[in-house]
Ligand binder design. Structure first.
Ligand SMILES: [Zn+2]
Ligand SMILES: [Zn+2]
Ligand SMILES: [Zn+2]
Length: 383
């Protein structure tokens, strides 16, 4: 069985090959546009039954996947497809696939015509959550928008780009997808590895700190009081999460119009909106976290100045809340999730592909409701 690899290295298949070798229960491949997916392992799990997929074994599923009469497909269906990408159609067959896609009005057209078609959301240039995973044509994108050339390190382009704030904000919130979710070059030098943080680094580094802090706070508090402080810290975190995302990461309107401010905006959160599916530029790098957490350490001990142990206990709760938040954010983008999280995932992806000026809550919609920035439910999707 071929496992998923970065798409740059994936093989190509001809339609004839697919029909001959990959159109049975033993090996069931399908195509969507120019991409080839291996659905063999998924057959028994398909909510619509395995026969429905087998009918299309070795063939294109654009029409059927977009047809609500057969059965409705959620974002998850597309995510499953994403995870089972094994290659691309050979150039000759791909031409045919593109040709028919342009002539039709259904799924295939949506998938492949996004950059030129009429997107539902003007500001992001997208229509659905799946669009976040549609490969960006790097050369074309740079030619069209004159923003960042993804083939070159991004940092210097933003730093020296002399972009006006208005242009920068418009561009950075239009999601791009770099080589199947790979990390586009940021510095292009020895700093490159430092710009990437794997999700598991977060609990590995910060959980021991929380444990140590709790132990210290426990020296001066009863277990009940310590638990109460910890729980309050978590509750306070949920508000901090909202405020940071809305007013710091999306400072947009109040962002000073100069390259220092624009570059900081890019490093802080802009890059995540620009390349939302980059797995290594999603959770907070530890250095940035320390910079952001230090004022909160001071704040906790100012608010709870009467008792150092209380301040420390609350702060630990806050850090624990942060760990949960950063992991949730990563999982929403990149893992298969139980149904409650499936809803949160839709909600957060909507912040990316539809409306980045609302929907700031990542771990819940609670504060969005309170402050009137909750995203409306999406129209019933058919594709
Ligand atoms: Zn289905
Ligand atoms: Zn996100
Ligand atoms: Zn955001």
């Amino acid at each position: 069985m071929i496992t998923t690899m970065p798409s740059a290295n994936l093989p190509t298949f001809t339609l004839a090959e697919l029909a001959k070798n990959h159109s049975s229960k033993k090996s069931c491949y399908v195509t969507l546009g120019t991409k080839v997916y291996d659905l063999t392992d998924f057959l028994p799990d398909h909510p619509g039954g395995d026969d429905l997929i087998l009918d299309y074994a070795g063939k294109d599923i654009s029409d059927i996947i977009a047809d609500p009469q057969s059965h409705v497909h959620s974002d998850a269906a597309y995510e499953i497809l994403d995870d089972s990408l094994v290659g691309f159609l050979s150039p000759e067959d791909a031409k045919l696939a593109n040709g028919s896609a342009n002539g039709s009005t259904n799924g295939a057209a949506k998938t492949s015509a996004v950059p030129n078609g009429n997107p539902t959301y003007e500001a992001t240039g997208m229509s659905t959550a799946e669009d976040l995973s549609v490969e960006t044509d790097i050369t074309n994108d740079f030619k069209t928008h004159k923003f960042i050339d993804l083939d070159k390190p991004m940092f210097m382009q933003v730093w020296r780009g002399r972009f006006s704030k208005e242009f920068y904000l418009k561009q950075v919130h239009r999601p791009r997808h770099y080589k199947g979710g790979d990390s586009a070059p940021l510095f292009g030098n020895f700093l490159e590895p430092l710009s990437k943080t794997a999700w598991y680094v977060i609990p590995i580094i910060w959980l021991p700190c929380v444990a140590y802090g709790l132990w210290m706070a426990g020296q001066g508090l009863t277990p009940e009081k310590l638990a109460l402080c910890f729980a309050s810290g978590i509750a306070i975190w949920t508000l901090v999460e909202y405020v940071l995302h809305r007013f710091l990461f999306h400072l947009d309107e109040y962002l000073p119009d100069n390259n220092v401010a624009i570059t900081l905006h890019f490093l802080l959160h802009g890059i995540h909106h620009y390349l939302p599916m980059d797995r290594y530029r999603l959770v907070m790098p530890p250095t940035l976290f320390i910079a952001l957490a230090t004022p909160f350490w001071k704040l906790a001990h100012t608010l709870f100045a009467h008792n150092w142990y209380v301040g420390t206990g609350v702060f630990c709760g806050g850090i624990f809340g942060y760990i949960c938040y950063d992991l949730t954010h990563y999982f929403l983008h990149h893992k298969k999730l139980p149904s409650y999280y499936q809803e949160l995932k839709k909600y957060h992806l909507q912040h990316h592909f539809a409306d980045y000026e609302n929907g700031f809550g990542v771990t819940s919609r609670f504060w969005d409701r309170i402050f009137g920035t909750e995203l409306p439910p999406l129209p019933q999707k058919t594709a």
